[in-house]
Design a binder for this molecule. Structure first.
Ligand code: SF4
Length: 446
């Protein structure tokens, strides 16, 4: 049975020295109980307490950190099979793979493209997290790795199976803590030796699950613990899901330590379209890192979007602050909208208002994080509530007109708002945010 925070606390030095990064021993104990910290993160714990606690208290899945300085990516230390049981702690990272047949100029262009693949969606940055550099087959592996380390703004993965090429590339960029990808049954001993010598994380693959367990045990025995389980296969997503589910179940539900590591995966595909679809399955079903050859925005966006959705914390309401927002530099003649405080609704409306290039005010009403129709169905919005929000946010002082644009999905408040407030010209807006630019240009552009 899992240890409670109090059982762990009793074994700690209880000096509240903060060396673990937490203000008190109790705070640290609670994190260990939640499987978010390892008992070894307390530097002052006694050997006796360590042996008493470590097996029971250590997270069932290892945390693996790639990169250094400001370019760091963390994966692993997950605690649940399904998001609704708690949450997924670390989002899946997309790594773009730059193949060895690229010329130096095209390679540098690829690195620059990877650095630029950043977008804002629902108010949050989504981006390519890693750069995978193929080194088998390049003339000078160490030089190619060094160029990547110098120019990449994201952590590196060194891709290859040749021990000589991997050793020279790893030596050249060990300071940036790349992942060595990947050990196979043919090169296992050599790759374990490279990872151990340069203190780097290692991805391990094997023909069967049984052999994979043997290989990770072998790596652990020589002191390697920052491991990833590698799966590489054809175009059948079912093969991956069977692998990832068995591995995750073994680690989390049965505490099978040889599988207590995050997963890295790639698919052999004949088109970018197939790759995008297959990787979305992997991203949603337990992959910690997915390798992608396509780097066009259209190929990336579906997976970045899926990752953002799957790894959003379901326990935290997806809300924005209920207040008056200014889009562009609105003045006293600018239009006024109202909408709900569900993030997706707000950012959709705000983004489309921005796209219309007509500065505007958006009054956000607190609907406890529900969208327009849900808030109405759940009795979280009413004409009175909208009128009160406009009053509380002093919207009338900002403009010299009394026109209010309301969501087209909820036209029923029109008469009530006009009757009961100073907003005497209520305009029913479009039903979907994407129609806002044409609507704005029609009714306000002139
Ligand atoms: S480092 Fe150890 S002794 Fe110090 S506060 Fe953290 S848990 Fe307590």
């Amino acid at each position: 049975m899992a240890l409670t925070g109090m059982q762990i606390y009793k074994q700690l030095p209880r000096t509240n020295c903060k060396k673990c990064g937490f203000p008190t021993c109790m705070a640290f104990a609670m994190q260990v109980a939640a499987k978010q910290k390892a008992i070894a993160d307390c530097p002052d714990i006694s050997d006796e307490a360590t042996s008493t606690l470590s097996e029971e208290s250590s997270p069932p899945m290892r945390l693996v950190k790639l990169g250094s300085g400001t370019a760091v990516f963390e994966t692993g230390q997950e605690t649940v099979m399904c998001r609704h049981e708690e949450k997924f702690h670390r989002k899946c990272g997309i790594a773009i793979k730059l193949s060895s047949d690229l010329s130096d100029d095209d390679f540098i262009k690829g690195l620059e493209e990877i650095n630029s693949r950043k977008y804002v969606r629902v108010g949050k940055e989504i981006k390519v997290e890693l750069c995978a550099v193929e080194i088998d087959g390049v003339n000078n592996p160490s030089e190619r790795a060094a160029i990547a380390a110098e120019k990449s703004e994201v952590p590196l993965i060194l891709v290859g199976e040749n021990p000589d090429a991997m050793k020279s590339a790893a030596l050249a960029v060990k300071h940036s803590k790349p992942l060595i990808y990947r050990a196979t049954e043919e090169n296992l001993d050599a790759f374990i030796a490279i990872a151990k010598e340069y203190k780097l994380p290692l991805a391990i693959s094997a023909p069967t699950l049984e052999e994979l367990a043997d290989f990770t045990v072998k790596a652990k025995e020589v002191g390697l613990d920052e491991l990833l389980l590698s799966w590489k296969g054809g175009a059948d997503p079912g093969d991956f899901v069977r692998f990832s589910t068995q591995v995750r179940r073994s680690a989390l539900l049965h505490k099978f330590r040889p599988f207590g590591y995050p997963i890295i995966t790639e698919f052999e595909c004949d088109s970018q379209e197939s790759e995008t679809v297959l990787l979305s399955t992997a991203a949603a079903k337990y992959a910690g890192i997915v390798l992608m050859k396509g780097r066009e925005p259209w190929a990336l966006m579906p997976n970045l979007t899926i990752i953002q959705d799957v790894f959003t914390d379901p326990q935290v309401p997806n809300t924005v602050e209920a207040k008056l927002y200014e889009i562009g530099n609105p003045d006293e003649n600018s239009p006024v909208f109202y909408t709900t405080n569900f993030s997706l609704t707000y950012f959709s409306v705000a983004g489309e208002v921005e796209r219309s290039k007509i500065p505007a005010y958006i009054s956000v009403v607190d609907t406890e994080g529900l969208g327009v129709l849900n808030s109405w169905a759940g009795d979280k919005i009413s004409a009175e509530k909208v009128i009160q929000a406009l009053k509380d946010q002093n919207v009338a002082e900002k403009v010299n007109h009394r026109k209010l644009i309301i969501p087209g999905l909820l036209p029923v408040f029109r008469a009530e708002i006009e009757d009961q407030s100073e907003w005497k010209e209520v305009i029913i807006g479009p039903e979907t945010a994407k129609e806002i630019p044409s609507f704005m240009n029609k009714i306000w552009g002139k």
